[in-house]
Design a protein around this ligand. Structure first.
Ligand SMILES: N[C@@H](CCC(=O)N[C@@H](CS)C(=O)NCC(=O)O)C(=O)O
Length: 365
């Protein structure tokens, strides 16, 4: 429920046709907030600072308050080029994902959009991620076991490839059953392999669908760059910040970029015109998590998609309700439970907020 002053400000902002957070009353409140003395100690976890900051699994910020995502390690490519080690073949590759993870979400989505579900098999980890990382728990609705490697933990797969592995055990993982190794664990590269490399073996109706067409690449790259930094990863940088000034700097950038997206979607159906492109595919997993999780859990609460961003909201509902591939790969239970119950530093009692209701507003409203 909105406080009455906020509700009044929202109505006034609507009348002025400007984003809520730019309304003078809200801007004034935001300025006041910024100038408040810090109530939290600068290093809240001082006793365990080193361990916490170094924790690879749970999203703790570094000692300067910033969350920094580490680069992915396995970067091979599936390619039909002569001499390629990883050639496109049916039943050769297996994709490990979490329904909760926005990066893994992209890969599951493109696997569906490109008709690869019969070509590349899929395992889904449990939504809970603790100190040991992701685990397989097929009793959880929506999760599966690991029929390929028989692993109990995702880390087993990384150690199988390299017993001395010291990186993070992240999803997605694209696994090669033929040579028993990880092909790639970087979502932005996995989706591009899916666009083109399997075209000779997929059903004819999916061939030639390319969400990163050569003519559009420069525009897509440009949008991807700021969307990644300030929205996809921006929500994490806000939510995992351990100092208030760091959080405020990031949360403002999130909403500045949402305003930019809103302006783009006011002009066209998709981010870059009349066609769905990679730019939409990379934005969707963040926007679909925004109201249900990021607003409260990552404190990205200057506005909500459903109330403050009508064009983004229309775009989101179009993708979710009109494309079965988007709704089939969106599992709100895994999304909500994962964030709210895995990040104990943010939500120590693991109580999952009941709202907002519904997770996805119907198109007619
Ligand atoms: N750059 C990677 C990031 C993947 C990533 O950070 N996945 C998170 C889940 S949202 C993860 O598995 N984290 C486990 C960990 O950090 O130990 C990609 O886009 O594929």
């Amino acid at each position: 429920m909105l406080s009455s002053s906020r509700a009044i400000a929202r109505i006034a902002a609507d009348r002025l046709h400007q984003p809520l957070w730019k309304h003078p009353a809200i801007a004034r409140a935001a300025r006041l907030q910024v100038s408040c003395p810090k109530l939290t100690p600068r290093r809240p976890f001082s006793l365990k600072a080193k361990t916490m900051a170094d924790s690879p699994h749970l999203g703790y910020a570094s000692l300067d308050g910033e969350f920094r995502r580490k680069p992915s390690v396995f970067r091979n490519c599936i390619s039909s080029e002569p001499g390629s080690e990883f050639t496109p073949e049916k039943d050769r590759y297996h994709l490990y994902i979490s329904w909760a993870c926005p990066w893994a979400h992209r890969t599951a989505l493109v696997r569906e959009l490109k008709g690869l579900t019969d070509i590349i098999s899929l395992s889904v980890v449990d939504w809970y991620m603790g100190e040991g990382g992701w685990r397989f728990k097929p009793d959880t609705p929506g999760a599966t076991d690991d029929p390929v490697n028989g692993a109990s933990w995702l880390s087993d797969i990384y150690f199988k490839v390299n017993p001395d592995y010291t990186g993070r055990y992240t999803v997605p993982v694209l696994w090669d059953k033929k040579t028993s190794q990880i092909v790639n664990n970087e979502s932005s590269e996995i989706i591009r392999m899916f666009y083109t490399q399997f075209d000779d073996i997929i059903e004819p109706q999916y061939r030639g669908i390319n969400f990163y067409k050569p003519a559009d690449q420069a525009k897509i790259d440009e949008v991807n760059e700021w969307v990644y930094d300030t929205i996809n990863n921006g929500v994490y940088k806000s939510g995992f910040a351990s100092q208030e000034d760091v959080y405020i700097a990031h949360v403002k950038k999130v909403f500045e970029s949402l305003d930019r997206v809103e302006a783009m979607l006011a002009k066209s159906k998709y981010l870059l015109g009349d066609e769905l492109t990679e730019a939409d595919i990379r934005l969707y997993p963040t926007i679909v998590r925004f109201d249900p999780v990021y607003v409260q859990h990552f404190k990205c609460n200057i506005g909500m998609i459903r109330h403050d961003y009508p064009h983004i909201h229309d775009w989101l509902r179009h993708l979710y309700w009109d494309y079965p591939e988007f709704s089939r790969t969106t599992n709100f239970d895994h999304i909500k439970y994962h964030y709210t119950r895995s990040h104990k530093q943010i939500n120590p009692f693991s109580i999952t907020p009941y709202g907002p209701l519904p997770n996805m507003v119907p198109k007619s409203k």
